[in-house]
Design a protein around this ligand. Structure first.
Ligand code: SF4
Length: 305
């Protein structure tokens, strides 16, 4: 039978021996937190990892996150526990599709959500996260931009900036799109005192029902700092699992049991142990691509939001 305690011990021992760290995205199965040195959202984790002296980074997340860690830590070995854990949104656009999109709207700056491949980042002018997308677009101070790959985050940005035209690529997150207006309305009826906290990857009809719209980190911070006691969480299940664990005096309800990212749930402790033992599933990025992708990320970081 699977012995979690034993797995945790073996992983921690190997981490020490190999000077490795484990990053855990907050959509991961909650057992991953047992061995994670840092838990958070994708860019925050990659930035933290780049500031450490670790030789090996194990990224318990999806492929683009491990790529982002590698882009920011080119001299570290980055391992992805399950190599086929891709982000279904990031996989909706590749380099050629972005080039075709740009060709349809020549001379417009491209803002690229970090949920995208290294190739796509390398062809963008600047990256953004769900937390800073509005400020990044605003900082460009231009009347029109291209936004890829998430059309819902792009639409959210456009609604916040009425003087900027945002042309969105037709990508989306299938997990967040699974969340329907009916799901939110049903939960609001069931928990009339609960505040609704939603991620901007949801469709606009859903975010229209929210008391707060923000990134994963933003939602968790809001919920922890709020004086309210009940919350309907309109994003991936891992956020609810962690909030229920960390804030036992409050109640958090997942908006729908369809709000689960199957690829985020692929990584297990067994996989983390395996890649630490074998050092398989290493992320390799072409140097020129990595350099250009890093420039897009660094431009965003320089704006300091
Ligand atoms: S929840 Fe959506 S955006 Fe996040 S990793 Fe899964 S598919 Fe990608």
């Amino acid at each position: 039978m699977r012995n979690v305690k034993d797995l945790v011990q073996k992983i921690n021992k190997l981490k020490k021996e190999k000077n490795a760290i484990v990053l855990g995205h907050c959509y991961q199965n909650i057992e991953i937190d047992e061995v994670a040195d840092y838990v958070g959202d994708s860019l925050q984790l990659s930035r933290l990892a780049s500031q450490t002296e670790a030789d090996i980074i194990v990224f318990a997340g999806v492929y683009f996150m491990a790529e982002t860690a590698k882009i920011l830590s080119p001299n570290k070995k980055v391992l992805l526990p399950k190599i086929d854990s891709g982000c279904r949104m990031a996989d909706m656009i590749d380099l050629n599709q972005l080039k075709d999109f740009k060709a349809m709207y020549p001379n417009l700056p491209v803002v690229c959500y970090v949920n995208s491949s290294a190739d796509v980042k390398s062809e963008a002018d600047i990256c953004c996260t769900s937390a800073n997308a509005v400020q990044i677009v605003q900082s460009l101070n231009v009347p029109k931009i291209l936004f890829a790959p998430d059309k819902y985050l792009g639409t959210y940005v456009a609604n916040q900036l009425p003087n900027t035209e945002v042309v969105t690529y037709p990508g989306y997150c299938p997990t967040h799109l699974n969340i329907l207006v009916e799901d939110v309305e049903k939960m609001k009826k069931q928990y009339p005192n609960a505040k609704v906290l939603a991620h901007p990857e949801c469709q606009q009809a859903v975010t229209n029902l929210a008391d707060y719209i923000g990134s994963t980190t933003g939602i968790m911070k809001y919920a922890k700092e709020s004086q309210e006691k009940e919350f309907i969480i309109v994003t991936e299940k891992g956020v609810v699992d962690r909030l229920n664990r960390d804030c036992t005096d409050k109640k958090f309800y997942l908006v729908s049991n369809k709000a689960v990212c199957p690829n985020m749930k692929k990584n297990t402790l067994d996989d983390i142990l395996y890649v630490l033992e074998t050092e398989e599933n290493e992320i390799i990025i072409n140097e020129e691509i990595a350099k250009r992708a890093r420039q897009s990320i660094e431009k965003m970081i320089a704006i300091n939001v």
